[in-house]
Write a protein that binds this ligand. Structure first.
Ligand code: FES
Ligand SMILES: [Fe+2]
Length: 349
């Protein structure tokens, strides 16, 4: 049972073809049903186990049976049914997971037990999210139901939104989130950009919590040589951190000189215990820097983090000892405690 929602792909990345994705070690398929609504199902045909993502989406026009019987040539189509057709024997599954057609037995109506596990999906922040809560996609193949919760909500942020990624990283999602919350690495991993070794000290900062237990740092002062793509010189920046969920977080930066602030979201999909797929959202009040320059800056920052992240051992985030902490790590420690309290099991040890 895992009641959390995770990002699976950018909304614009899902075309009219099925797309294989992975979440928590499970092979899943995303495809677009009626009105382009995304559908999330197990990527395994219940007939002989072929990958449904190798199949294709079929759209059938359903004509009302009575009209059909009267053979009215000018009858208007009543509805369109979208199905996912398996590449092996062509069985077709609808958006609820039910098998609606077996080409080898065209007159046979498959029973309700012929279905593929189907999971809830949601659109948020430019991404398609899924929840593989086992109550919604049980081996008994019950239809999708809405589990508790939803993708993380965001406060009001600057309107200009860019989404960077996906980036596949060979380390657990909690390791990537902890790195996003970690300020003590700025002067080393991002020397000359987000920090400098001559300003390595981490000032004491308090960690508070939201009503549902997510850690927040309301104010963290950082001196940064180049805080943003448009920064011409170094300066003090006020950071605000908020953990949004087990594998997502929000960082807002406000330069002390009053120049436009930026907010960054980290969205991680735990593909399995030791790998993740990452997107980063930027919400900025900067109206002059080009999309390309903003993208180049963030990709440069993430490229600095990746080798260190992928070097970490174990790849899972230790929640019960085995690593040393100092007072500068209090947000990281609060994040680990939050994961423990929330009962998160993927990507931790
Ligand atoms: S394996 Fe899918 S239809 Fe046979
Ligand atoms: Fe970093």
């Amino acid at each position: 049972m895992n009641p959390f929602w995770y990002p699976l792909c950018a909304d614009e990345a899902l075309t009219d073809k099925p797309l294989a994705v992975q979440l928590l070690g499970q092979a899943l398929v995303l495809w677009r049903g009626a009105e382009s609504r995304p559908v999330l199902q197990q990527d395994r045909c219940p007939h002989r186990g072929a990958r449904l993502s190798l199949g294709h989406v079929q759209i059938h026009t359903q004509i009302h049976a009575q009209v059909h019987a009267q053979i009215q040539p000018d009858a208007q189509p009543q509805a369109q049914q979208h199905t996912l057709a398996c590449p092996y024997h062509g069985w077709r599954f609808n958006a609820e997971g039910r098998c609606v057609h077996i080409p080898a037995l065209p007159g046979f109506e498959p029973p309700a037990s012929h279905r593929v596990s189907t999971f809830p999906v949601a659109l948020a922040h430019g991404l398609i999210w899924g929840c593989v809560d086992t109550a919604a996609g049980t081996p008994a193949n019950t239809p999708a139901s809405t589990p508790e919760g939803a993708p993380p909500a965001l406060p009001t942020l600057p309107p200009r939104h860019l989404l960077f990624g996906p980036f596949d990283v060979a380390v657990s999602a909690p390791r990537v989130v902890e790195n996003f919350l970690d300020t003590a690495h700025f002067g080393f991993v991002h020397d000359g950009w987000l920090g400098t070794a001559s300003h390595a000290e981490v000032p004491a900062y308090p960690v508070s919590h939201t009503a549902d237990g997510r850690p927040v740092v309301a104010h963290y002062p950082a001196w940064q040589p180049r805080a943003t793509a448009s920064a011409a010189q170094g300066g003090w920046v006020s950071y605000r951190y908020e953990v949004l969920g087990p594998t997502s977080a929000l960082l807002s930066k406000q330069p002390d000189d009053g120049s436009p602030g930026d907010s960054f979201t980290l969205w991680c999909c735990p593909t399995d215990d030791e790998h993740c797929r990452v997107w980063m959202g930027q919400y900025t009040a900067d109206t002059t820097t080009s999309d390309e320059d903003l993208r180049t800056f963030q990709l440069a920052i993430f490229a600095q983090d990746t080798p260190v992240l992928e070097s970490q051992q174990p790849k899972r985030l230790p929640l019960s000892g085995g690593e040393l902490h100092c007072a500068a790590d209090r947000l990281s420690v609060a994040y680990r405690r939050y994961l423990l309290a929330a009962g998160v099991r993927c990507g931790v040890c």
